[in-house]
Design a protein around this ligand. Structure first.
Ligand SMILES: Cc1ncc(COP(=O)(O)O)c(C=O)c1O
Length: 340
């Protein structure tokens, strides 16, 4: 049979532990009133703590290794999962790594930042500045400096969200389609720099045509998401020679986050419930908010309770270890002192 895309012709380098499991979450589904809920465990993709970025990096690093680059530069917030996974991937492939991070000043290295340090990534930190434009400028400046030293650096944009990187989620939808008996499902995914969302939408179009994809923002407005996601879908489709015959609908919601990087009350509740009912950990910046969004959309009947829901668990677990004061406040512990 002739395929209507050339996805399999684009080379990748093996970095992610895939396929990831598709776990049913029956107690959580029951609590929120869904007939069926499955969690696509992309928190188990590897690279020092898992997450969605491993799938994108398989495409970027193929270019890096074949292009003869010796150093990788990327950027993100202080708790960027993308930065941590890029550092892990670079070290796995014997490359040097530099990170431009931004956010509030910090006293100790925790969560993803601690892992960045363990990978011996050199870090430039823009204190109190998470404006993406300055992070991008700093990356380019650093690449120029390195060039003068005779180094060849590859700059991966914030979040790894390019048309190429988004193919990681087109491929993930092929993987998901092999795990499902029926593609009449509702897929929930978190949206930051839009690459995961774009890949999920395009991949569903190709491999799960009956699926409805719903994005939950962790930072941007719905309007900004629709624009960027549509651009990325277009770029990815061109790379794999897939013809987009109709305008693609981008469905997303932007009311489940406050300031990027801050925990929300509903997110914290969703984290507690998922841990207690399913033994699965969500994080406060991304997946906790996405789960809180899912609960509210079910409550408001925007999500159809009778159609199975697939929650894409995009990772973020190390972030938990930078939120200990907000998350670990209810220890149930009896101290026992052995008698001497
Ligand atoms: C855990 C987690 N979930 C979701 C996202 C959003 O993915 P994207 O930036 O591709 O929109 C990110 C991005 O950093 C993330 O780290």
């Amino acid at each position: 049979m002739k395929l209507n895309h050339s996805l399999n012709k684009i080379h990748t380098i093996k970095l992610a532990s895939i396929p990831t499991p598709l776990d049913e979450a029956p107690r959580f589904a029951d609590k929120i009133g869904l007939s069926k809920l499955f969690i696509k465990r992309d928190d188990l993709t590897g690279l020092a703590g898992g997450g969605n970025k491993a799938r994108k990096l398989e495409y970027d690093f193929e270019e890096i290794v074949n292009g003869g680059y010796d150093v990788v530069i990327t950027a993100g917030g202080i708790q960027s999962n993308h930065a941590r996974m890029t550092a892990a991937a670079a070290r796995k492939l014997g490359l040097d790594v530099k990170l431009v991070l931004g956010g509030p000043d910090f006293e100790t290295e925790k969560g993803n930042l601690l892992l960045d340090v363990m990978f011996n990534a050199e870090i430039r930190y823009l204190v109190d500045d998470d404006a993406n434009v300055s992070l991008e400028n700093e990356m380019n400046k650093w690449a120029d400096e390195l060039l003068k030293e005779g180094r060849k650096s590859f700059v991966i944009p914030i979040g790894g969200s390019t048309g190429l990187g988004a193919l990681g989620y087109v491929k993930a939808m092929e993987e998901l389609s092999a795990q499902l008996k029926n593609d009449n499902v509702q897929i929930i995914v978190g949206v930051g720099s839009c690459g995961t969302f774009a890949g999920t939408i395009l991949g569903s179009k190709i491999f799960l045509p009956k699926a409805r994809v719903i994005g939950i923002s962790v930072s941007r407005t719905s309007e900004a998401i629709k624009k960027r996601t549509s651009e990325l879908i277009q770029e990815s489709a061109e790379l794999i020679n897939y013809r987009l015959n109709e305008k693609i609908l981008v469905e997303c919601y932007d009311v489940y986050h406050n300031e990027y990087g801050m925990i929300t009350e509903a997110g914290k509740q969703a984290i507690d419930d998922t841990a207690n009912l399913e033994g699965i950990l969500l994080d406060p910046i991304y997946t906790g908010k996405v789960m809180a969004g899912l609960i509210d959309l079910v409550d408001k009947d925007i999500i159809d309770k009778s159609i199975p829901v697939i929650f894409i668990h995009t990772g973020g677990m190390p972030i938990i270890f930078s939120f200990e004061s907000q998350l670990g406040n209810k220890i149930n512990c009896t101290k026992i002192f052995p008698k001497n």
